[in-house]
Design a protein around this ligand. Structure first.
Ligand code: N01
Length: 551
């Protein structure tokens, strides 16, 4: 550690503090890996985490029914074959509890916890141009400094509370799926209201319905969901998993969604009705979010998309007995797959239970939350519990909440006021030595987060090491390189149907947020190749500077 004296934005000298090589914010999948990898590379690294333990998303989102929609064998680190060999997943789609146990095991195995400060929420981050260091202040008022700052703060980590009249006046119990208590929540015999029918609400609902006296689901926008045909792995499965792992990893490393699945070889518009139906049936049986990738043209051609939509609608009508409820559960205003398809366990079947009611807020909006429950224009619902599964300020929220102050007076909330501008998602002009992991501009939320996190962290640490080895003080992406990347990102998105949905990918769930498609949708493999090329060309698009002058 080098003692330096840093300066605040007004140029005042700040108290001396040790300067590390790297600060990592967040102990989720990416932050854990970053801290481990940096330590292995001999860097002086410190991690800061708001929660009391590792896990990030899987630490906070412990609501009943929480599972990952990527298969467990893929949703695991690939950096150490030994780790892969010693961990056995029990089911095809892992529960939150099992994923957290896995991360707990990883944290122990690589002694990751000892390099993190927990219960440490970052409040501010300021770059000092004189010393080329970041000063990070926590909510408790402590300051930590480092040459580089990695924001592994998560894509979906800033939960939002809906703006409903009287939302704080409810006298019963309230829970947020994204901040679920660590103590057991007993819903037995209670009248529960659930607001929100995205992945979180749809996964939680069937479990809640089995426990509660009644469950009232307040749905504003219906979501497509495909059941996860989950199963417990047998010993034979475990043997096969180990045998196939190296190949599976190799394929995933440059695959479109960083998982080994591929679409049908022909377009939906090129095959006859029988072949199309068979392909949809097979994908439906495979389960979950990958239904959106049954055919390669499904997300870009509305005719192909309509075939998939009609197939899914028929499934809903076959399962849900009440035709009006079935109709209410069918989305009406966006192509299938342009909001993330949910992976559920018994969601549609749940509506055949006597204790479950669906309130279609499009027909009957909520007017008020009262001390006793929820009032809609046409009804009153007395409740003991309200569960909010109302989503996140996705991709940008965790970063703009901290609102880093970069070089030349740059403030992230200003710089991104008209939508996020990044270079390959990882660099932001005006913010030297800052890495954004799985944020806007990267495939992130469209890919397997495990593989994606490893790719992002490896790339950023390669840049850091280059600076280290060559005595470079600042690495900052050029404005024109970032603008070009952002234009490319928008152009690729504009060729898809994704831009037709008012989704969180577009920032549409946050009032006043600039609506633009934020993730890179050109495919993880394509993205990775581009990042490899940029790295191999000496981090083309970056300005690398030593304090004595430019490179
Ligand atoms: O959040 P969401 P989520 N009144 O934003 C509704 C990942 N994930 O936590 O669409 C009434 O999707 C809102 O309605 P509308 C996954 O990528 C993965 O469920 O705005 N309703 C919507 O129905 C996922 O896509 C997994 O009209 C209100 C819901 O709340 C992402 O996280 C599991 C409202 C929010 O849905 C986010 O999912 C869980 C209001 N005032 C999450 N405000 C798996 O791996 C909001 N809503 C399986």
């Amino acid at each position: 550690m080098n003692p330096t004296s840093a300066h605040d934005q007004e140029g005042n000298q700040m108290s001396a503090a040790p300067t590390r090589d790297l600060l990592v914010v967040g102990a989720g999948i990416a932050g854990m890996y970053a801290v481990h990898k940096a330590t292995e590379s001999g860097l002086d690294v410190l991690g800061l985490e708001a929660g009391s333990d590792v896990g990030g998303t899987w630490y906070f989102n412990r609501y009943p029914g929480a599972r990952c929609d990527v298969e467990s064998v893929d949703y695991s680190y690939s950096f150490d074959r030994e780790l892969e060999k010693e961990w056995q997943w029990s089911e095809r789609f892992a529960t939150q509890a099992e994923i957290w146990s896995y991360l707990d095991h990883v944290a122990d195995r690589y002694r990751i916890r000892e390099r993190f400060l927990f219960d440490t929420r970052v409040a501010d981050a300021v770059f000092d141009e004189a010393t080329s260091t970041w000063s990070v202040t926590t909510e408790a008022g402590e300051t930590h400094r480092a040459k580089f700052l990695m924001m592994a703060t998560g894509s979906l980590s800033e939960p939002i509370k809906p703006r409903l009249a009287g939302v704080d006046s409810f006298a019963g119990e309230t829970y947020f799926t994204a901040m679920w208590p660590h103590e057991p929540v007993d819903l037995t015999g209670k009248r529960v209201g659930l607001i929100g029918t995205g992945s979180s609400g749809i996964q939680a609902a069937p479990i809640v319905a089995r426990q509660a006296r009644s469950l009232t689901i307040f749905q504003r926008t219906a979501n497509y969901t495909v059941p996860a045909p989950n199963r417990v792995f047998t010993e034979e499965d475990q043997r096969k998993i180990q045998e196939e792992y190296p190949h599976r990893r190799e394929v995933s490393a440059y695959a479109a969604a960083a998982s080994p699945h591929v679409s049908h070889t022909k377009k939906a518009t090129e095959v006859d009705a029988e072949e199309r139906r068979a392909a949809f049936e097979a994908r439906w049986a495979e389960g979950g979010v990958l239904f959106s990738k049954t055919f390669p043209d499904q997300s870009s051609d509305i005719v192909a998309n309509d075939y998939a939509r009609e197939f899914a609608e028929q499934k809903i009508r076959e399962i849900v007995q009440d035709p009006q409820v079935a109709d209410d559960l069918i989305p009406k205003d966006y192509p299938i797959g342009t909001k993330r398809i949910v992976t559920d366990s018994g969601y549609y079947e749940m509506f055949n239970r006597d204790n479950v009611e669906l309130v279609n807020l499009r027909r009957d909006p909520i007017t008020e939350v009262t001390d006793w429950g929820i009032k809609t224009e046409q009804g009153s619902y007395e409740l003991d519990v309200i569960i909010f599964a109302t989503g996140f300020d996705a991709l940008t929220g965790a970063l703009t909440r901290i609102d880093p102050k970069g070089a030349r007076g740059a403030r992230l909330s200003d710089v991104w006021a008209d939508g996020p501008v990044t270079y390959l998602g990882m660099g932001i002009p005006g913010f030297p030595n800052l890495f954004s992991i799985s944020g806007p501009g990267a495939p992130g939320v469209l890919a397997n987060m495990m593989t994606h996190s490893e790719q992002q962290v490896d790339w950023c640490l390669a840049l850091l090491q280059t600076c280290h080895e060559q005595g470079i003080d600042t690495a900052e992406p050029r404005q024109d390189a970032a603008e070009k990347w952002t234009e490319h990102l928008e152009e690729v998105a504009s060729k898809t149907l994704f831009v037709r949905a008012a989704s969180w990918y577009m920032g549409a769930n946050i009032e006043g947020k600039k609506q633009t498609f934020m993730p890179y949708i050109g495919g993880f493999g394509t993205f990775r190749k581009m990042c490899d090329d940029v790295r191999d060309a000496g981090f083309e698009g970056y300005v690398l500077t030593t304090n004595g002058g430019g490179q």
